[in-house]
Design a protein around this ligand. Structure first.
Ligand code: G3I
Length: 367
């Protein structure tokens, strides 16, 4: 049987929009700027990792590096640790870009989240994988062999240096409660590919906390229930699953604090950690309000306050340093609202009201 390369799912944008789009309740301004305390101090005081997705190998200015080191206590490689970035061929690895980032974070005393071992969408898979599976007499066995090699080599390479790994990214369909039909791993290995990946990663670095990271669950109760049920099955089978990531790309709808709090509590009730792993909140969501920047600031406070209310919520990562560097400006769904301005710092690397709002949320809490 010939296997087709896993493709970007052709689920209709319209159906995704229909499921997710709904009115967003918003928002008031919530307070004065704290001049005295920066984000890293506030994060440490609140015992919450506040991270940034970043890569140091792609035309990064000194100013942006300084911002990333000064303002965040955790770093996630935006792209440099994806399988396709690390493995130019099926039997070679190139760690140079990812190593640069790890060295940067360690030099700055920052925590590292590994992202991501196994992701079937976009360029999460290496370009050579489909051909490699097509020519194998037993594609499932070949995939397992490649997964073992990838995990042992990559997780082993960074053993003891990364606090967490997104071992599996986005296993479920974008919409609904099932597995993604275009998920190569699930197609060939069934649900047990998750157990397999987690066990391999745990063997390669027993000290790393292992996560499943999922997207578009914030406003899809059916999908969220499916994720909880999946995590429970994995835990029941003894898989080394230590946390779930809620990505937090809020481009359809502003965060709803009550929903988010409920989701964080339900994950914590499994006895594992939870993090908001890829947060961004575009300004266009608030274009109907008198002061969109203030409304965005309140939305950020809602997310931070929800996480701060749950002791097992251990971190929040912003998906980019600043508004000039956001994946949303290159994304078809959000093309109409470029510049999306979804982050804590503007294009000039100046702190926005959202920055102050987050700092205030962090310093107000006694965890
Ligand atoms: O590195 C090449 C470069 O050599 C080339 O010149 C350029 C031309 O467009 O493309 C560069 O690669 C791009 C890469 O970002 C680095 O900029 C890829 O085409 C592009 O697909 C890639 O997009 C990334 C996307 O994941 C796919 O991997 C985004 O930056 C990144 O923000 C995004 O992050 C994902 C998370 O990993 C998982 N959750 C969803 C999130 C948003 O899609």
């Amino acid at each position: 049987m010939k296997l087709l390369p896993s493709k970007i799912p052709q689920i209709s944008i319209v159906s995704l929009f229909l499921v997710l789009a709904a009115c967003s309740d918003s928002n008031n301004n919530n307070g004065d700027r704290s001049e005295a305390t920066g984000l890293t101090d506030a994060a440490r005081q609140a015992e919450l990792a506040v991270g940034v997705a970043f890569d140091v190998n792609v035309n990064v200015s000194i100013e942006r590096k300084t911002l990333a080191s000064r303002e965040f206590t955790s770093v996630t490689p935006e792209n440099s640790m994806k399988w396709g970035s690390l493995a130019p061929t099926s039997d070679s690895f190139d760690f140079r870009n990812a190593d640069q980032l790890v060295d940067f974070a360690i030099a700055n005393g920052q925590r590292l989240r590994g992202h991501t071992l196994f992701w079937h969408r976009l360029n999460g898979l290496p370009p050579w994988l489909a051909e490699e599976l097509n020519k194998a007499s037993d594609p499932a066995a070949r995939l397992q062999e490649l997964m073992v090699n990838h995990t042992a080599t990559v997780v082993g390479h960074y053993a003891g240096q990364l606090a967490q790994w997104d071992v599996i990214n986005e296993p479920l369909a974008l919409v609904g409660g099932g597995f993604d039909p275009d998920n190569t791993f699930h197609q060939l290995l069934g649900e047990e590919y998750l157990d397999f990946a987690l066990l391999q990663a745990h063997a390669a670095d027993p000290s790393a906390e292992l996560f499943i990271n999922e997207t578009f669950i914030e406003f899809q109760p059916e999908k969220f229930d499916a994720l909880i049920a999946l995590a429970q099955r994995l835990l029941d089978r003894g898989a080394p699953l230590h946390g779930l990531g809620i990505q937090g790309h809020f481009f359809f709808r502003a965060p709803d604090k009550a929903i988010l709090l409920d989701q964080l509590q339900r994950i914590a009730a499994l006895g594992i950690k939870v993090e908001i792993t890829e947060l961004d909140i575009p300004l266009a969501l608030f274009s109907g309000t008198p002061d969109p920047l203030a409304a965005q600031a309140l939305a950020y406070a809602d997310v931070f306050n929800a996480c701060l209310a749950v002791s097992l919520c251990s971190g929040i990562t912003l998906w980019g340093t600043d508004d000039a560097h956001t994946w949303l400006d290159g994304f078809s769904f959000t093309a109409a609202t470029v510049p999306n301005r979804p982050l804590l710092f503007d294009e000039e690397l100046q702190a926005k009201p959202a920055y102050d709002s987050v700092v205030n949320a962090l310093i107000a809490i006694d965890r």
